[in-house]
Ligand binder design. Structure first.
Ligand code: SAM
Length: 481
């Protein structure tokens, strides 16, 4: 779960245990960020009550749903290609219905129905509770669209289901939408304004997961540090809250403490953090609780002050360094990862060098790097020309990927010789005789299976490493077990 866009997960079909009473078959495929995969679990839960069992066989489906991503043009092209495939199946199964969910649905709205004749239903990320009505519409032969964005929908009351789970780690969504308005980003337009979920319902979900044997949760949001519960409502309306609401409000550091104390043996992760919203109290909470993992995904996007300003990232390079210094001071072994964009409009060679020098300063443990992709409707698209040639974007991207590779290797080497607690997630992809798990810093470790099992916390002596994987041997259960 270390990646925001996990390529190995893209297009995963998800399935639930079947309920014998259900007579129709749902095939659901997901693309994009972890939030989308988490949303697909909400959708499957809503449709399980409507008589749908999930299937992993497209040819078997009565209803095909694709949960889409708009973050880059390539993500949208992938979905269009999948729709061609669905079309081919529909030719042999004319009664099969196709629905598009998520960010692309929100961005294109009913235009989707005109552009892709195969699509019967278009549903935005805040309208999943309306799916039963929308499905009735399409059953009766009409197209159906609901792309209304909500002020307060958090799906906090939808009993979570877990699709294709390893039974060890699960996502728990805590905020929806984003108010940051980064000029390159389509998210505020596709996922709406920022709102937070009731901490009580978050705690209930975490308790339920623990009771069902889960050992690790990732608190999810586009910008988790901005979490603010004051009885419901949009983050931007907090100013209008009553004194009582303000006094009893819960911020992200408060939520972390609540969850960490409620389940002291549950590992807690979170994603994504935004530097402009990350406060010292979050870092202090991480340092205080052993069960909050020592890993922060802290996208910066560029190392150049001029580009950061043009991106409307509301911090400077110097403020980012200060944040990094504070993290390292309070949590010396904390892993940090980045998202970076190359070739944002007007980016010069000097700006690019600033990005490389910022990376040298931080020496990130992991990184997720992208060439700028102009997105319709964003401020950058409206106000700036996409003026960096594709080959320049790609060359700069290769340079930052190469540097990240070097830093990742440097960081994994720091674990060699140490004994670290690993939570076992499953069998190693490369060897049936080895377990795969992660340390607190989110680095993957593999080691011989012996008598240990999935879900165990094991102390592993790290003997060697590659740039992405620690290789070791178990020396016993950890005290967390
Ligand atoms: N909310 C997080 C933030 O802004 O820090 C993550 C948002 S997004 C789902 C994940 C990553 O995609 C971003 O951090 C950014 O690096 C990348 N991204 C977003 N818009 C992009 C664009 N127009 N072109 C290329 N990459 C983009």
């Amino acid at each position: 779960m270390e990646k925001i866009i996990d390529e190995s997960q893209q297009g995963s079909t998800l399935s639930l245990e079947n309920n014998e009473k259900n007579g129709r078959k749902l095939y659901i495929e997901s693309y994009g960020c972890q939030m989308n995969f988490s949303d697909s679990e909400i959708v499957a839960s809503i449709l399980a009550k409507e008589g749908f069992n999930t299937t992993q066989d497209l040819n078997d489906a009565d209803l095909v749903l694709v949960n889409t991503c708009s973050i880059r043009e390539k993500a949208e092209q992938t979905v269009r290609k999948r729709l061609e495939k669905f079309n081919a199946v529909k030719r042999t199964k004319p009664n099969m219905k196709v629905g598009v969910l998520g960010c692309m649905a929100e961005r294109l709205k009913s235009k989707f129905l005109e552009e892709e004749k195969i699509v019967d239903m278009v549903v935005g990320p805040d309208a999943y509770k309306d799916l039963p009505n929308l499905i009735q519409e399409i059953d009766e032969g009409r197209n159906a669209v609901n792309v209304i964005l909500s002020k307060d929908e958090t799906y906090g009351d939808v009993a979570p289901v877990r699709l294709n789970t390893n039974g060890v780690s699960a996502f728990v969504s805590i905020t929806r939408g984003c108010d940051n308005m980064c000029t390159f980003c389509v998210v505020p337009f596709t996922r709406g304004r920022e709102r937070s979920r009731d901490p009580q319902s978050i705690l209930e979900e975490v308790n339920d997961l623990w009771d069902r044997g889960f050992k690790e949760i990732t608190l999810l949001g586009q910008n988790v540090d901005s979490y603010l519960w004051y009885g419901g409502g949009l983050k931007k309306d907090f100013d209008k809250a009553t004194d009582m609401q303000k006094a009893t409000s819960v911020n992200f550091a408060g939520l972390l403490e609540l969850v960490a104390e409620a389940k002291p043996k549950m590992r807690i992760r979170f994603s994504t953090s935004n530097p402009q919203d990350m406060t010292l109290d979050v870092i202090e909470a991480m340092a205080k609780y052993r069960n909050i993992c020592k890993y922060i995904h802290l996208p910066v996007q560029s190392g150049s002050n001029r580009i950061l300003k043009a991106m409307n990232r509301l911090h400077t390079r110097e403020e980012y360094f200060e944040l990094i210094d504070n993290i390292k001071k309070l949590i010396p072994d904390c892993a940090i990862s980045q998202d970076m964009i190359t070739g944002f409009p007007t980016e010069t060679e000097e700006d690019h060098q600033d990005t490389l020098s910022l990376m040298e300063y931080v020496k990130y443990d992991f990184g997720f790097m992208f060439a700028y992709s102009e997105r319709p409707g964003t401020l950058a698209e409206r106000k700036m020309e996409d003026d960096i040639p594709e080959e320049t974007k790609k060359r700069r991207l290769t340079e930052i990927i190469d540097l990240q590779q070097k830093h990742s290797f440097y960081r994994t080497q720091q674990h060699v010789g140490k004994t670290e607690e690993i939570l076992i997630e499953g069998t190693s992809k490369k060897s049936d005789a080895h377990w795969m798990g992660r340390n607190s810093q989110n680095t993957v470790a593999v080691f011989p299976k012996e008598h240990y099992k999935v879900g165990d916390f094991v102390n592993v002596k790290i003997n060697e490493c590659t740039s992405a994987t620690l290789i070791g041997e178990a020396v016993g259960y950890s005290e967390n077990n």
